[in-house]
Every structure is written in C-alpha cells, then in structure tokens.
Design a protein around this ligand. Structure first.
Ligand SMILES: Cc1cc2nc3c(=O)[nH]c(=O)nc-3n(C[C@H](O)[C@H](O)[C@H](O)COP(=O)(O)OP(=O)(O)OC[C@H]3O[C@@H](n4cnc5c(N)ncnc54)[C@H](O)[C@@H]3O)c2cc1C
Length: 311
C-alpha cells in the first residue's frame, strides 16, 4: 500500500492533495490517507482507508509532529511509498521526514513509474526543466507538483480509522502559535479565481492603487512579482513565483510583468493569462492567452471603468 498525507482547508481536502491521491493510484496498490485532526469525505478519490490522527497537541500545525506521525503510520502499515502534495506544508513535512529517517525524497514530481527501481519525473529549476530520477529505496518519499496532475475521481467507500500518534515535546518545538491575517484581508492568493498582479511596470507602491481597484471590482486577489517585493512596494505574501506563492486562478491578469521563468513557475496552474505590457515582445505577452500592448496606467483604469458601467 501507499500512504498519502492529505491537507485540509475549511473542512475539505485541498486540490493539490486530491491531485496527489490521483497520482498515488498509479502505483497500482491500495491507497491509504492520513488526515490530521478531523475526517473529510474522500469516497470519490480511490482511498481504501482514511486514518484520522488525533492528539491533544495537534490543534496547531507542527511540521516535525506531522513528519513523526507519517513515519509512525508508514512503519505500522509497512507502506511502500509515502506521498504528499508539493505545497509549502507538504514539502516542509516531507523534508523533515526524510532528514529524520534517511529515506530519499523526490520533490515536485509530475509522474511515477512503479519499479523497482521507482522512476519519477519531477520539476526542477522552477519548472524550466524536467528531471527523470530513480529512487532505490524500500520506502521512497514523494511530493507531487501542485496543479500538474488533473484530479481523476475514483469511487471507493473509504474506511475511516482513528490513529493515535505518539508525539514528544521535541516534535512540538516548531509549531504555529498565532495566525495573523494578511494585510488587506479579502481573497487569498492561493484560492482566488482571479488574480490581478503587478510588476515593476506599475512604477511605485502608490501605483498599486489601480491594481487594487481592479482586483476589488473583480473580487480578485492582488499578486506581484519579486521586483515589486524587493522594492518594498508590496509584502512578500503577495509575491507569485518560484520563491513566492503558486497560484491556480481561472484568470491571471499580469500588469507590467515581464514573465521571467521564476515568475512563470508560480503560474503553472493558471487556466488563462491576460498580459498588459508596453513591450509586445515581453515573454509574458508570448505566454499569455490574451494580450493588451500599451501603458498599464491607462489600460487598467479603463478596464475598471468598463466594469463599473456594466455593474
Ligand atoms: C532564484 C530566483 C528566484 C526568483 N523568484 C522569483 C519569484 O518567485 N517571483 C518573481 O516574480 N520573480 C522571481 N525572481 C526574479 C525574476 O527573475 C525577475 O527578476 C522578476 O520576476 C522581474 O519582475 P518584473 O517582471 O516585475 O520586472 P521586469 O522584468 O523589470 O519587467 C517589468 C515589465 O513591465 C513592463 N512595463 C514597464 N512599464 C510599463 C507600463 N507603464 N505599462 C505596461 N508595462 C510596463 C516592461 O515592458 C517589462 O516587461 C527570482 C529570481 C531568482 C534568481
């Protein structure tokens, strides 16, 4: 059997975890899931058994505790592989799991061919190249690149079983003690259906007023490039890309962003891209589904004005 860590948000499994369950089925073995704290409905995702970890210390996210739990359950079930979504959390937990046990970890995989040896394809360099790697291990650890594997439903009445992990104080040294809402509140970048994002072309911190205005009209989240966070115009939490947030909106509106590979690495899950740029040859314009060549300081307010008219 293979074991999958399933992350939840608002009582539901997050999409990258459901994508991981889909990929886990390509091992051709029963898929078990580890859920932390509470159960969620996995009957459409081919899960044979959902193990629900319960422990008094699990109210807050603690990466070493999650890694220890995964290891304990993997040993108990004699799992032939352990998978998690390649989210910030998934990669953090699996890195700790690998470091503590010495098991090999392949991060951000897009496919697996069961071995032995197990062969994986994974994203490297922010998605600009694909690597084929072989893992010689009785229990390889794998994270799955978010928004690359489509979720394929597979009906199975998952058994739900409680799991009582043994955790030490050491497992809880690193844990979340406080949640601070991102400035501006509103729609989260990872879950937004529309993202309006600004780059160096916006020109200044104050220049983001027109980006925020358009985002507000569309019920969108505001994103930005690293040039913007480096200039201190926006907080790092708004940064999209390889070293920022990976987004998966229906529409990504890139205003004054050149489209460097490190920025595009955060857009792999975007269904459509609208680029607004004064340089028609900018890589973002070449990668976009829709383009408007011109000065964003004129175009963005003009779009907002049109939306106001139809509202
Ligand atoms: C290890 C590493 C990790 C990185 N991680 C990230 C990351 O996570 N995210 C990220 O974004 N970058 C990242 N970068 C940086 C990345 O390489 C680029 O430098 C950055 O994305 C450029 O930001 P930009 O497109 O806003 O700026 P620029 O490349 O300067 O582009 C500005 C664009 O605005 C256009 N423009 C200018 N004025 C106007 C106007 N008035 N109207 C319309 N268009 C206009 C220009 O034509 C240009 O295309 C990383 C780099 C490294 C080395």
């Amino acid at each position: 059997m293979v074991l999958v860590l399933v992350e939840q948000a608002g009582g539901n499994a997050i999409d990258p975890s459901l994508q991981t369950l889909t990929l886990a089925r390509s091992f051709g073995q029963p898929v078990h899931a580890l859920l932390v704290g509470s159960a969620t409905d996995l009957t459409q995702h081919g899960v044979a058994v959902a193990h629900v970890a319960q422990h008094v210390a699990l109210g807050a996210y603690a990466p070493d505790a999650w890694a220890a739990m995964l290891n304990q359950l993997a040993v108990q079930l004699n799992a032939s592989a352990v998978l998690a979504a390649g989210t910030d959390r998934g990669n953090e937990v699996m890195a700790r799991f690998a470091a503590r046990t010495g098991l090999p970890l392949a991060a951000n995989c897009t496919s697996v061919s069961p071995g032995p040896p197990l062969t994986v394809t994974r994203l490297r360099w922010g998605g600009s190249l694909l690597e084929e790697a072989r893992l010689n291990s009785e229990r390889p650890l794998i994270t799955v690149a978010p928004y690359v594997v489509p979720i394929e439903p597979s009906s199975m009445p998952a058994d739900v079983e409680p799991f009582a992990p043994e955790l030490t104080d050491e497992n809880l040294l690193v844990r979340v003690v406080e949640h601070v809402a991102a400035p501006g509140g509103g729609v989260s970048l990872t879950e937004a259906k529309v993202v309006v994002s600004g780059g160096r072309g916006v020109g200044s911190k104050e220049g983001f007023a027109i980006i925020e205005e358009l985002a507000g009209l569309l019920g969108a989240a505001v994103g930005c490039s690293r040039a913007v966070t480096s200039a201190g115009w926006r907080p790092h939490t708004d940064q999209v890309g390889q070293t920022g947030t990976k987004v998966a909106p229906d529409v990504y509106i890139a205003c004054g962003i050149s489209g460097a590979t490190q920025h595009m690495a955060g857009l792999k899950g975007a269904k459509r891209i609208l680029a607004i740029n004064s340089d028609a040859q900018a890589p973002m314009m070449q990668n976009a589904d829709y383009t408007v060549a011109g000065d964003l300081k004129e175009i963005v307010p003009a779009i907002s004005a049109e939306i106001r008219k139809v509202k």
